[in-house]
Design a protein around this ligand. Structure first.
Ligand code: NOJ
Ligand code: CA
Length: 698
């Protein structure tokens, strides 16, 4: 009887196991030491090569559709207490894996998110004489982007990593244009965007957006910035950039015990502007929701006692012009109840506001209202009308003072029925006052350094304990942590509407169509649209038409969205108010249906709670005609379109900014709507599917 040789059986089993491993998604395939490792995205278009060069430096490079995108670029760290982690590396081993999952957002621009990738973990080992450290790199390759992070394992050579700087390089292989704001500047992220050749960038914050001359769109950013300093994107020569971390007063920019992982360094990659906008790269690289049932996180629209202070008519501080009085709060609650706004923001409600914004953060009290603001009476009144106050914690950047009161402050807010708190850190860059190492001392930090990154998470986690959501102003940039902590609903982190109140500082007509493709790639922004009067302080005109104020509700996403004007101005525009009170803040789907970086942006978004669609957006200073195909609508349905568009002759440059035109018509899938966008203009369309009552505002 013929017998199977044993080795044949063994080989057969190995082959079978290998075949099984390859067939199972997520399977891990180990490779042995090699001089280079390659991996590609699921559709094969993006190819990564990880290698070492002649100096034994760790390198990575990318190509897309066969063309070099990122030329070989270095990886590593400088430490404050040991040899640099730069030279002497060899690839020890690597492992491949893949994933394909679809997860649901509790709220957002779209309900379902697909997370589809191939990944490779590359383990580097440094020669003993060069430092003898272990450094792992995990690269995750998607068809529309790449993320990678350092994973520093436990090791004999050191226990704590004191990082002087991270040396991740990005050598962009072909020329193009960049849209960016400077990193480290005094006004944090509140800068006007610059448009320059890529080799004209200095140090930029991320996201930084680029369009290569061949039309490829790139956006560099980071994901899951936790217990680490933010990455600034510093051009070091030609088109080569290197990470530089936000500084710390301690010396090392980051101090972490091993093992730990850095934030992901991310690149969105697409052929079109829409491809970098409709892109969930950073969300996918964040960890899933850690808060469990977050039914208490409420997408909502709100009005507020706010624009009056920003314009200078009222004051935050107590006195004759104090904005936050009991009577005014009642007036705003009445208006909110009448028009279906869930929230009313009240700023200047608490003790500590008796000086200028800057430099007195130690005086703020977060559980003590001013005598002319009867918070109990106001919140009881709100409750009876189904309205919720939005709390306000301006810290002046003094987190030593805020952290000492934090738990009490959130408990107090929750006890007043407050569902969301707007925080604020008004201080120049480097002006965060943090607790020092010994009691009673303080030290200065950056708004995006490791200490402030820790602070933000502490605030979000403490707020979650009391079922309170956070909208942070003067924040650290968004890196997708809303996935893990869905109560971190929004933040500022760019120049918002407030600048338009301040005449010479106004944002200008190009700002919002630039934000869409830059700041907004990071996550929701509390921009505070809806200044229907189109006037700031001293009647200074906004660089916006009336229709653009409505278009902002489609262009700038936030789950909590303000109608920022005085209630009298909102009431003076009943048709626009009707649109604002109906437009949702939580979507089933969102698509950029027309737009180019910095020029214009038109979105189509489908309500998460009805079959209605909304279309609209914003334009820059150049008028344009659009022919918008309604291909996204559901087949077989007839929609009633209520169109708000720039009126004849409208322009942000003259009083014709107020010219708006209205049109109502029926629309079906495949129809087109022609729109003329004025200079500084915009448009907004409600596509009512019928059947369901359009909802009042949340
Ligand atoms: C700046 C914020 O952006 C603004 O919204 C707020 O009203 C003031 N700080 C005061 O906290
Ligand atoms: Ca601000």
């Amino acid at each position: 009887m013929p017998r199977f040789p044993l080795c044949k059986i063994r080989d057969g089993i190995v082959a079978l196991l290998a075949a099984l491993l390859l067939a199972v998604p997520g399977a891990v395939v180990a490779q042995v030491a090699a001089r280079s490792v390659t991996a590609s995205s699921p559709d094969g278009t993006i190819v990564l090569t990880v290698s070492t060069d002649n100096d034994a430096r760790a390198k990575w490079s990318l190509s897309r559709k066969g063309k070099l995108l990122i030329a070989p670029s270095s990886l590593g760290f400088i430490l404050t207490d040991g040899l640099n982690m730069v030279r002497g590396f060899a690839i020890d081993s690597s492992e491949k894996a893949s994933g394909d999952d679809t997860w649901e957002q509790p709220w957002g621009e779209r309900r379902f998110v697909r997370d589809h990738y191939d990944e490779v973990l590359v383990r580097f080992r440094q020669k003993a004489e060069d430092g003898g450290r272990l450094m792992n790199l995990r690269f995750r390759l998607f068809d529309n982007g790449v993320g990678f992070r350092y994973e520093l394992p436990e090791q004999r050579a050191f226990k704590t990593m004191r990082i002087a700087d991270e040396l991740t390089e990005f050598s962009i292989a072909s020329p193009g244009t960049a849209w960016w704001i400077p990193g480290g500047e005094w006004n944090r992220y509140e800068q006007l965007y610059q448009k320059t050749p890529i080799d004209g960038v200095s140090i930029a914050h991320t996201p930084i957006t680029m369009r290569l001359d061949d039309g490829t769109h790139l956006a560099f950013h980071e994901a899951a910035l936790v217990d680490y300093s933010a990455m600034w994107f510093k051009r070091i020569s030609g088109q080569t950039f290197r990470s530089t971390l936000s500084p710390s007063s301690r010396g090392p920019k980051v101090v972490r015990d091993l093992p730990f992982a850095t934030p992901w360094r991310t690149i969105r990659i697409a052929d079109s502007a829409a491809g970098i906008v409709e892109n969930d790269l950073e969300l996918n690289l964040n960890e899933p929701n850690k808060l469990g049932d977050v039914g208490w996180v409420k997408p909502a629209k709100f009005i507020g006692i706010w624009w009056g202070m920003i314009r200078g008519d009222w004051t935050w501080a107590e006195g004759l012009r104090h904005g936050a009085t009991t009577a005014r709060a009642r007036q705003y609650i009445d208006f909110a109840a009448l028009h279906g706004f869930r929230g009313v923001l009240v700023e200047g409600w608490n003790k500590g506001w008796n000086h200028e914004w800057l430099g007195h953060g130690n005086e703020f009290r977060f559980s003590e209202p001013t005598p002319d603001f009867d918070i109990k009476a106001v919140t009881d009144y709100a409750k009876a009308k189904g309205v919720h106050l939005i709390g306000h914690h301006e810290t002046g950047g003094n987190i030593a003072n805020y952290e000492a009161q934090l738990d009490d402050a959130m408990k107090y807010a929750a006890s007043m029925g407050i569902e969301a708190v707007k925080t604020g850190y008004v201080a120049d860059a480097g002006g965060i006052i943090a607790p020092g190492d010994t009691a009673g001392t303080t030290r200065m930090e950056y708004h995006d350094g490791q200490r402030q990154v820790q602070h933000h998470l502490k605030v979000v986690q403490t707020a979650a304990k009391y079922h309170v959501s956070i909208d942070a102003h003067e924040p650290v940039k968004d890196t997708g942590l809303r996935r893990t902590y869905p109560n971190w609903m929004a933040r500022e982190g760019a120049r918002g509407m407030e600048y338009n109140a301040w005449g010479q500082f106004a944002n200008g007509p190009d700002h919002e169509p630039t934000l869409v493709y830059t700041r907004m790639l990071a996550g929701p922004m509390d921009f505070t649209p809806g200044i229907l009067s189109l006037e700031g302080h001293d009647h200074v005109p906004l660089a916006s038409t009336l229709a653009k104020q409505l278009g902002l509700y489609l262009a700038i996403y936030s789950p909590i969205q303000m109608a920022a004007d005085f209630v009298e101005s909102l009431a003076a525009h009943p048709r626009e108010l009707d649109f604002i009170s109906k437009v949702p803040t939580d979507w089933a789907e969102s698509h950029l249906i027309a737009g180019e970086v910095g020029d214009f942006a038109i979105f189509a978004r489908k309500d998460r709670n009805s079959a209605d669609w909304y279309v609209g957006g914003v334009n820059n200073a150049t008028a344009r005609d659009l022919d918008l195909k309604m291909d996204f609508l559901d087949a077989g349905k007839t929609y009633t379109a209520t169109i708000y568009k720039d009126g004849a002759g409208a322009t942000y440059l003259t009083d014709a900014r107020h010219n708006i035109a209205y049109e109502t018509r029926t629309v079906r899938k495949g129809d087109a709507i022609k729109l003329w966008l004025a200079p500084g203009g915009g448009a907004a369309i409600r596509l009512d599917a019928g059947g369901s009552q359009p909802r009042k505002a949340d």
